[in-house]
Write a protein that binds this ligand. Structure first.
Ligand code: ATP
Ligand code: MG
Ligand code: MG
Ligand code: MG
Length: 474
């Protein structure tokens, strides 16, 4: 059996043998790109090369890129644990051409890697192309020899890729594999290219980068047609290891097992295993995000991290885990991935501390919050209500630190909807109150004093560490 760590290496080696420079994964916090919450694809770090703003001494590159899809245009937070194939954090394998090769080689390399390097069965593979992309159709049919009935023409949703609302984009061609009858869903219409279930697994997206979309939505041609591809390592590994879900691969299984040990419960596939999968997924995001400098907080990236972490903690509680535990699984992530990403090894202790503190903080209110939440839910159900009012979700948020996702999970587990608009309204009202409080003069003066004091305090501490004269006196 090929281990996940070997598959990553095989990919890098294959493209290196085709003249690609192996480039390190960039940080999950996008460098200098305010349009992006987290790195969501391998191409992000090369955006300026595609746009022609930057040149490097290579025109072909290959990467294994850390990605998080938990916000912005690509957000899979809700799907995690429900499908076999979606994570918040995952590794994207990709090869890139910056104005060098284009469609033919991209398709040839992709096909060769899948069928000759990792030996996937040719007769189970399908290709999708963008509507009228006859050029791609011709390459699949004539150069590769894929039977016509296994080439599908799909629309913008599936076969026109964009990293965000603006930036490089283009039509794409994807490689899908039939995972077999046993994974088919219940839909009568379940068919390749037309069903979102786990049977028809999308493994690789080959993007023909040709345009740049600006804020007004206008597309202009890139200086040179380029190639950007992306394939999820966890998905590819599930196919190679012939297991039903990403969580059964050797990349994720040890994390599921760690949750089993801590909870004393055993993992089951399907519905019952949902909390295990959520925790196993979320601990990877937390470990990698904190390593890359994100800290739990109330805004932006920090709040997404807090949401992920608190969600995992609550699912831990569903499994009967009453004490901080997430920080203990960091070691398993490091053991599995520390060689490929040495930064998580270096930061391990720090990451554990941050997670532990956040868990402890949340545990202070989690117990009471859960009690209040079930009281709320029971009352609504007893009264025949269908949904959790926004105002009540806001109480859970404001008093007990429950991000909206948690209230949503709880509502859903009880067959209720949730009034998100009402929640946003309550949020806005609170912001308004805070704004008028800030305008209050005496409060303002107090803030100034506090800020002056805190500045003085930090600068003194800072000197204590940095000043050599002080050091020499110690
Ligand atoms: P899907 O349709 O399955 O949600 P996608 O079309 O959104 O995937 P792309 O943006 O084309 O995905 O990304 C390229 C590849 O990255 C996918 O073909 C898949 O192998 C992998 N991938 C995408 N999203 C995820 C995810 N959330 N978790 C794991 N792998 C993913
Ligand atoms: Mg998707
Ligand atoms: Mg897709
Ligand atoms: Mg895709």
């Amino acid at each position: 059996m090929h281990r996940g760590n070997e598959i990553r290496q095989k990919f890098l080696d294959y493209f290196a043998s085709k003249g690609h420079t192996i480039v390190e994964s960039s940080s999950l916090v996008p460098h200098n790109d305010p349009t992006l919450l987290f790195t969501n694809a391998g191409m992000n770090q090369f955006k300026d090369l595609f746009l022609g703003y930057e040149k490097r001494d290579y025109v072909r590159a290959v990467t294994a890129q850390k990605c998080v899809r938990a916000g912005g245009k690509h957000n899979d937070l809700d799907t995690v644990g429900r499908t076999a194939r979606h994570h918040t954090f995952f590794e994207m394998l990709g090869n890139f051409s910056f104005g060098d090769y284009f469609k033919t080689e991209a398709i040839q390399y992709g096909w060769e890697f899948l069928t000759e390097v990792v030996n996937l069965p040719k007769d189970k593979l399908y290709a999708t192309i963008y509507l009228d992309d006859d050029e791609a159709f011709g390459i699949w049919k004539n150069t590769i020899g894929l039977p016509e009935e296994r080439i599908l023409r799909l629309g913008e949703k599936d076969n026109f890729w964009a990293m965000g609302d603006t930036g490089p984009c283009g039509p794409c061609s994807e490689i899908l594999i039939d995972r077999g009858e046993h994974l088919r869903c219940d839909a009568e219409t379940c068919a390749i290219g037309h069903c979102d279930c786990d049977r028809w697994l999308e493994i690789w997206n080959l993007v023909f980068m040709q345009y740049n979309r600006d804020e007004s939505g206008t597309m202009t041609a890139l200086p040179k047609p380029s190639i950007d591809t992306g394939m999820g390592l966890e998905r590819l590994t599930s196919v190679i290891q012939d297991v039903s879900t990403n969580y059964d691969t050797d990349l994720m299984k040890p994390l599921i097992q760690a949750v089993e040990t801590i909870s004393g419960k055993s993992y089951q596939p399907g519905e019952a295993g949902f909390p295990f999968r959520v925790v196993a997924d979320h601990i990877r995001s937390c470990t990698f995000l904190i390593t890359d400098g994100v800290l739990p907080g109330n805004e932006g990236r920090g709040y997404v991290l807090r949401r992920i972490l608190r969600r995992a903690v609550r699912f831990g509680k569903v499994l009967g885990i009453e004490k901080p535990f997430m920080y203990k699984i960091v070691a398993n992530v490091v053991e599995q991935m520390g060689q490929a990403y040495p930064e998580i090894k270096e930061k391990q202790e720090f990451v554990e501390k941050v997670i532990r503190i956040e868990e402890e903080r949340f545990h202070e209110t989690l117990h009471d919050g859960m009690r209040i939440a079930s009281e709320m839910v029971n009352k609504i159900k007893a009264q025949g209500g269908q949904s959790l009012p926004g105002q009540q979700a806001f109480i859970l948020y404001d008093t007990y630190g429950f991000p909206l996702d948690l209230a949503e999970d709880i509502a859903e587990e009880n067959g209720l909807a949730i009034d998100k608009e009402g929640f946003e309204k309550a949020m806005e009202e609170q912001r308004e109150r805070a704004r008028s409080a800030r305008q209050d003069e005496s409060y303002g003066a107090g803030m100034e004093l506090w800020s002056a004091l805190s500045q003085r305090y930090t600068s003194t501490t800072f000197l204590g560490y940095e000043s050599t004269s002080l050091k020499s006196r110690i």
